[in-house]
Write a protein that binds this ligand. Sequence first.
Ligand SMILES: [Zn+2]
Length: 278
Amino acid sequence: MKSKPGRDDRQRTQRESIRRTQATGRAQADRAARRVGDASAASVPIGPGLRRAFVVFIVLFSLVALGLAALQSLTSAPVNAPFLAAATRAPAATVTAATSRRVGIVSGHRGNDTGTICADGLTEAEVNFDHAIRVATQLRTRGFVVDVLDEFDPRLKNYTASALLSIHADSCAYINELATGFKAARVLDSTVPVDEDRLVGCIRARYGAATGLRFNANTITFDMTKYHAFYEIAPQTPAAIIETGFMNLDRAVLTKRADSVAKGIVDGLVCFLNRETE
Ligand SMILES: [Zn+2]
């Protein structure tokens, strides 16, 4: 009986020894693992900072990549892309800037015929030319580039400018007491009706104010609204024609107050060109 307990005691002692050894090993392993963990943490004390820097780098890189991709799509966009349409409109804007200070003045009948002739030999063509030159001089003083054009000037073909105005005057024959005043009109079938209506509106308001002549809408003729130059110039050039007054009843204004006539025309053009309200 004794031997059995003795053997059992030895076996128990061995098992406890093994357990202790295993426990010690586990404890040492745990401590070692903690040391490694601490050491690895301690060896990169700026770890979180680096990670943040890395994230920031990735975000910035992505943004740059997106920007480059957008740029690439802009330059290789299909023809009907809206931004390309805007890009193709840019040259038109450049053209507008280049012509924004250019004005064409047609000196009515000049180079072709006399127009109406008064009993004393005064011709409409010379009255018109006097006005055209005064208008051109005043516009140039204000910094505009002015072309004074003949009635059938070759330069009218596809003429491009901020505005074109043809200057004429009405009959020198006595018709009746109503044959007085001025009128302005644009082409009947306008390509740029809003612009041309504004041009006519500006001239009507400013010319009337400068000369005191009344607007004689009743005598606007088919010849004015189908005026030949309207069909020769570039369609986008806003154009109008003015009949400055009747050479019979309004002769004093047209000849003795020619500077007022010119001022009224210039004021009207500047009103239009500077987008002033009528
Ligand atoms: Zn005429």
